[in-house]
Write a protein that binds this ligand. Structure first.
Ligand code: DGL
Length: 270
């Protein structure tokens, strides 16, 4: 029996969970939003690594057999460390989709949107070195956007202003592709597309992550044949009623939400 443990600093990983559920409806999942610590992107990589390790331990204790790090920042900070610390556990992590962008751009100019911590990590440097040597990358950290999405402000004027500030200079420079390097950002794709216009391609890697989850599950012998759709479990380290509202608004889910609390660096169900 497989159970996917999925985590993020907040609601961002729901964009990944949504893709996993579309692709693998019968896969049971447990989602943890570390809203006591959101946003991760302005924190140090060491701090996010510590959170990620303990969240992984917690999800394994809840029965997870595979972990999806549905957060680019946590992947940048911790993916290598997690694989070394839990060698028996399969992990799927996020990396900015610079490779498909570099392969498909015609102008040779690509915008990459991610948090400061993601840009600082070795993972991003290595992706750029391996796949983007012939491409000009325009990077932006979109200060305040994660908080706006957590607050449900998907179309507010202030949210549009954050995106316009970041995108206008890139668009003027001639980008034809935008990489979403933070799992919160897919929730504002309509706004990004409105600002960028029809000739710019927006890449959300969630579908590719869902296919990678399937590959790992199949490798471990999982077979979804004839199983009914599974209902995910949701846990937040913030306020359950707030997360429940966010869930309803962003994904239409109406599942109960439990709370886990950080106590002396460890996570426990409340
Ligand atoms: N959704 C996350 C990411 O993909 C984290 C954003 C944040 O908490 O700053 O990077």
């Amino acid at each position: 029996m497989s159970l996917a443990g999925v985590f993020d600093s907040g609601v961002g990983g729901l964009s990944v969970l949504r893709a996993i559920r579309q692709h693998l409806p019968a896969l049971p999942a447990i989602y943890l939003a570390d809203q006591a610590h959101v946003p991760y992107g302005v924190r140090s990589l060491e701090e996010v690594r510590g959170f990620s390790e303990e969240i992984t331990r917690f999800l394994l204790s809840q029965g997870a057999s595979l972990i999806v790090v549905a957060c680019n920042t946590a992947s940048a900070a911790a993916l290598r460390h997690l694989r070394a610390t839990f060698p028996e556990v399969p992990f799927v992590g996020m990396e900015p989709a610079v490779k498909p962008a570099a392969e498909s751009t015609h102008s040779g100019k690509v915008g990459v949107l991610a948090t400061r911590a993601t840009f600082q990590g070795e993972l991003y440097a290595s992706v750029v070195e391996r796949f983007a040597s012939d491409v000009h990358l325009y990077q932006h950290t979109l200060p305040g956007l994660v908080q706006a999405i957590e607050a449900g402000d998907l179309t507010a004027p202030a949210t549009r202003a954050i995106l316009e500030d970041a995108l206008q200079p890139m668009l003027e420079a001639g980008i034809d592709t935008i990489v979403l390097g933070c799992t919160h950002y897919p929730f504002v794709i309509p706004l990004i597309e409105e600002i960028a216009g029809p000739n710019v391609r927006v890449i959300d890697p969630a579908g590719a992550i869902a296919r990678q989850v399937e590959r790992l599950l199949v490798k471990s012998g999982w077979s979804p044949v004839d199983q009914a759709p599974a209902r995910p479990q949701f846990i937040t380290t913030g306020q359950p009623h707030t997360f429940q509202r966010q869930l309803a608004f962003l994904t239409g889910d109406d599942e109960p939400v439990r709370q886990a609390l950080w106590q002396g660096g460890e996570l426990r169900l409340a």
